[in-house]
Write a protein that binds this ligand. Structure first.
Ligand code: HEM
Length: 413
């Protein structure tokens, strides 16, 4: 989705918002819609194309409450709009699609493979890999940054996942294809169903190969942790290991590249902000947080109501579907001053881009580090960059992605 600067124009009407329509996110910036919802309909009843209703929440306070209250708002039936009315066949099996307390049994060992001390210990080797990845950019010239950044997550966490480097490209491409099979960049089959079959087949072949390798030779990584995991006193089966590999790989690849691209794009359009970073690289951590807020790579998080409840004045019944628009929460003017300004010194910045509560992103330390290295190294070389061609956006109501971002890079003399 394009992200515009400045306060959006008021909408004439709240009819026909097309919140579920993936194409609507390709066409233009949708912050006018979310702003209108926050102002006039912070809690609303929306419908999926098949008529299944869901509750839509636009304010920060409500989104924060829904995401944190795992007792009332379950993740087990799906966490994205595509699951509304149909559920998710991996429900109850993966880290993302489980509720506490069972969720903890799988989250704790996976967290250990990704915690801050691990990121610190691996910092030099990840820095080297990021440097190799951005080598073409620092050499100058025009590059499709979206293509290049696709590999950033695997560079950051590929080894922590326990996936051999030979599979990184395949996983990076196919995880995104699996959530945006209609996007021309990712449509590799005759139709959506065929694309999904192909990309799932490729992904599961990579995971299966990685699992076999780790079965013979354990490491300190996600695949090994899953192989050693016992739930209710029993090891989990291979299908469940595989589904969790998919879940973690998806979490990494569907988000990190787009924070990198949207942040680079914002900085290209606001060169004075980039100059601030070049002159004072100590702002890089704040830049990464603002990039995450600005991008809000997951537009929404979906949950299902477990018991009759009330939020924002709306009474919901057990079984109702709920959609928390994180992208809207991250522009809520009651929490963020000048929310439509890219403020590299924003503090505090309590954005919900990494989620909140029990499901808070386990990859946050790794992706923060990889993104920091990217901007530190570009700043250290005093690189300048500008848009150099047509930008294309991902066909998705869930992920705020960029599929093509041609940029010209010049090294300041
Ligand atoms: C800028 C980068 C990233 C963003 C913005 C992001 C965003 C998120 C969000 C919003 C959630 C919460 C989902 C929910 O509540 O339903 C989440 C959870 C998760 N993320 Fe990330 N993520 C990023 C990077 C990564 C990376 C690099 C990994 C890979 C290791 C990863 C793996 C996961 C996993 C496994 C979960 C599920 C945690 C749980 O359910 O307990 N993410 N992420």
């Amino acid at each position: 989705m394009r992200i515009d600067f400045g306060e959006p124009k008021p909408l004439d009407s709240l009819d026909g918002l097309r919140l579920h329509d993936p194409a609507a996110y390709v066409e233009r910036c949708r912050h006018d819609v979310w702003r209108a919802l926050r102002l006039h309909r912070p809690v609303g009843r929306e419908e999926m194309p098949d008529g299944t209703p869901y509750w839509s929440f636009a304010s920060y306070a409500d989104c924060d409450r829904i995401v944190k209250d795992t007792e009332t708002f379950s993740s087990e039936d799906g966490t994205i709009l595509a699951s509304v009315g149909v559920g998710d066949s991996a429900g109850g099996q993966t880290i993302t699609l489980m509720d506490p307390p069972d969720h903890g049994a799988i989250r704790r060992p996976l967290m250990r493979t990704m915690r801050q001390s691990v990121v610190r210990r691996r910092s030099e080797s990840v820095r080297e890999k990021v440097l190799r990845l951005i080598d073409p950019l620092v050499g100058g010239g025009v590059h499709d940054v979206a293509r290049l950044m696709r590999l950033l997550p695997m560079v950051a966490v590929g080894e922590l996942l326990g996936i051999p480097e030979r599979h990184w490209e395949t996983i990076a491409f196919n995880t995104t294809a699996s959530i945006a099979p209609e996007d021309p960049e990712y449509a590799v089959g005759r139709d959506v169903g065929d694309t999904l079959r192909r990309v799932h087949h490729r992904l599961f072949a990579c995971f299966s190969d990685s699992i076999e390798a780790r079965r013979r030779d354990r490491g300190d990584d996600v695949v090994s942790a899953l192989l050693d995991l016992e739930v209710a006193g029993r090891p989990i089966d291979d299908r469940r290991v595989m589904l969790n590999c998919y879940s973690v790989a998806l979490g990494a690849n569907s988000t990190t590249p787009h924070v990198a691209c949207h942040t680079l794009l914002a900085l290209a359009l606001r060169p004075e902000v980039w100059r601030t970073v070049v002159d004072d690289p100590s702002v890089v951590p704040a830049l990464v947080e603002e990039g995450a807020r600005w991008t809000s790579p997951t537009h929404h998080l979906v949950r299902r109501v477990t018991a009759d409840t009330e939020v924002g004045g709306a009474r919901m019944a057990k079984g109702d579907w709920v959609c928390a628009w994180v992208a809207s929460a991250n522009r809520d003017e009651r929490v963020f001053d000048d929310p439509y300004t890219f403020d590299v010194r924003r503090s505090p910045n309590p954005h919900l881009s990494f989620g909140a509560g029990a499901h808070y992103c386990i990859g946050a330390p790794s992706s923060r580090f990889a993104l920091s290295v990217l901007f530190e190294e570009l700043a250290r070389r005093r690189m300048r960059f500008e848009v150099a061609g047509e930008i294309r956006h991902l066909h998705s109501n869930w992920i705020n992605g960029i599929t093509s971002l041609p940029m010209r890079f010049v090294r300041d003399a």
